[in-house]
Design a protein around this ligand. Sequence first.
Ligand code: ADP
Ligand code: MG
Length: 557
Amino acid sequence: KPAAETRTFEAEVSRLLHMMVHSVYSNRDVFLRELISNAADACEKLRTLSLSDPAIAEGGDAFRIVIEADKEAPSLAIADNGIGMDRQELIDNLGTIAQSGTRAFLEQAGEGAKGSALIGQFGVGFYSAFMVADSVTVLSRKAGSDEAWRWHSDGKGAYEIEPVDLAEAPARGTRIVLHLNPDNASYAETETIERIVTAYSAHVPVPIVLKLADGTEEQLADGSALWRKSKASVTEEEYKDFYGHVGGRFDEPAVTIHYRAEGRTEYSVLLFVPSSRPFDLFEPERQGKVKLYVRRVFITDEAEILPPWLRFVRGVIDSEDLPLNLSREMLQKNPVIEAIGKGVTNRILADLDKLATDNADSFAKVWESFGAVLKEGLYEAPDRRDGLFKLARFKTTTGGDAWRSLNDVVAGFRPNQTAIYYALGDDAATIAASPHLEGYAKRGVEVLVLADPVDAFWVRTALGFDGKPFQSVTQGAASVDLIPVLEAEAAKDAASEDKPASEAALAALTLRLKQALGDKVVEVRGSNRLATSPACLVAPEFGPDRQLEKILASRDG
Ligand code: ADP
Ligand code: MG
């Protein structure tokens, strides 16, 4: 057989490698993800090819990826029975950085391969092996070929390539052996491998098996990506298991959203709205936990694809269009991610709205758990306000235990009522006891009881609903005067001994009170907002509501 040749990489490799190892990936674990992705790609490629040429994969085992570790060496091997590489492909694909064979294959295969789940698009993945290995050996036999090749490099600028006996190489596909450097010997440990595969590659489309020291095999992944299946082929039980896995929770999902978006941006979505509040819902970071995948490879759960006011949603978004090696910077302001975020947000709001229509009780539970978070969107995302107002439910002064929608409230307007009235406070009981509400009760006016801290913020910036402004019962001149008093209340007044004071007497009283209180108040005036209490404090027309002032003051302090 011919002697081994030594060839040089076709790029300023050592510098590139150094750069990549130290900057492209912020987390070393991803080397395993990259090699598994390549192995899965290789299987997918052969699967695609065998569609038109069945002979090519004939007689071989079912597609799978086998990981094998040797703690003594220490070394780690990743083997696949995919398409494999011949000599020229080893040179082209592993000898040229940023030469992505996957991309060339996609271009060649054209439309036919478009739907297949090919992961790699950027040619740096393989080299991440040098983050943990002093040298890497690749043994490969191309499907249908009777030659096998050995490629070896220390990743410093040169590589060797030589033919090997068929007995040394896999029957089909590629075996990559990492000779781990001492600092990274832990990657040869079973627990480490299990952890990384479960975290990053549990849903690659090819089964993954770990060969244990005693020769037995442990399956780490079964090769199915639940979110990529059609809705009809997934059972409730599978959804629930997956929800537990992806959400790390034990309750049942209240809403399951599973679909595939096609068109300008393509992605699969499997998301859940939990049925109970997670403990960290109101942490100041307001971080979401939706997992971003790119072609079935886990990328991150810190992409913040959805707005913070949907941070309670759990699950997976799997993009067809993003590159695998997304850096933190690329995740921000990325137009693809923005488009996905927008589309998915639309869908979540639409599905919640549907639930509200179809199953009001079930929706009420969701609102009870997450309404306070959704309401953050009312001031953070003005363009979403209409959609959120449709979903918003309120406890009101006349509604008892019922959750009332704004439509309900407007439909119940009293004659001459032009504003939606609200009362802010720390809790519903305190609000209910407020003297400010007396005049409203007397007129049968329904007042929103706003007891969530977020309410003080959105209600000020929201311009109104359905053309009706929001008006605080503790702020400004009460416009309730124009609304007729309920008949029963009017009858009570008529029967009462007490008669309204004359204008002149009222003017004299308010003047004296203003003189007595001086600068402590802006104005003292007569009001119809009270029924039994003699006086109450109200905030000026313009400026913060008293509840908002209180919240702001407590934050500053
Ligand atoms: P990418 O996966 O983005 O194309 P990589 O650096 O990860 O870039 O891999 C470079 C190329 O090497 C791949 O595109 C593929 O052609 C080839 N390759 C890598 N690993 C394998 C493998 N296990 N089987 C077949 N080809 C492989
Ligand atoms: Mg790759």
